[in-house]
Design a protein around this ligand. Structure first.
Ligand code: NI
Length: 175
């Protein structure tokens, strides 16, 4: 089992930074991805981007089945992901984020996206996602560009959520 990272929460500056492309998928990067998956599973998340563990490279992990039963999880690893097509049809879903604990809001995004990325072995892949998977992929790619789901809300709502998170995280014991 890999050692999990500490998850960074708002309003940390690293969450607003743009991550840099990865030049090579090697064992060092695979170790990072393994640790990210472990971090995501322990936190009961379905997606986690590198910014959220204080690393500024373009990597995210996702496992839509992980929430309920991690034994059956099949993690997806994406390196240098790029959206190459978006559907005109929109989709509205409630989103949350491990960096914004216990806060949820409706976000509108394209219902389907097609993504080009490098997988765990560094092979180029192209894949289409819809509904929850599409929201998740777009949410994680946003992270790599320093964008959070609360950035789509009004400033009032956004600031309220950040204050709530600050209150929650202040009372958490440091482990
Ligand atoms: Ni997130």
């Amino acid at each position: 089992m890999s050692e999990p990272y500490k998850i960074i929460t708002v309003p940390a500056g690293v969450l607003k930074e743009t991550a840099s492309p990865v030049s090579r998928v090697d064992d060092t990067l695979r170790t990072q991805m393994d640790r990210m998956v472990e971090t995501m599973y322990q936190a009961n998340g379905i997606g986690l981007a590198a910014n959220q563990v204080n690393i500024l490279n373009r990597v995210f992990v996702m496992d839509l089945s992980a929430r309920m039963n991690r034994e059956e999880g099949e993690p997806v690893f994406m390196v240098n992901p790029e959206i190459i097509w978006r559907s005109e049809e929109p989709s509205v879903m409630d989103e949350g984020c491990l960096s914004i604990p216990e806060q949820f809001a409706e976000v509108e995004r394209p219902k389907e996206v097609r993504v080009k990325y490098l997988d765990y072995d560094g092979n180029e892949q192209e894949e289409q996602f819809s509904d929850l998977a599409s929201h998740c992929v777009q949410h994680e790619i946003d992270h790599l560009n320093g964008v959070l789901f609360i950035d789509y809300l009004s400033r009032l709502k956004r600031n309220m959520m950040i204050r709530k998170v600050q209150k929650i995280t202040k009372n958490q014991p440091l482990l």
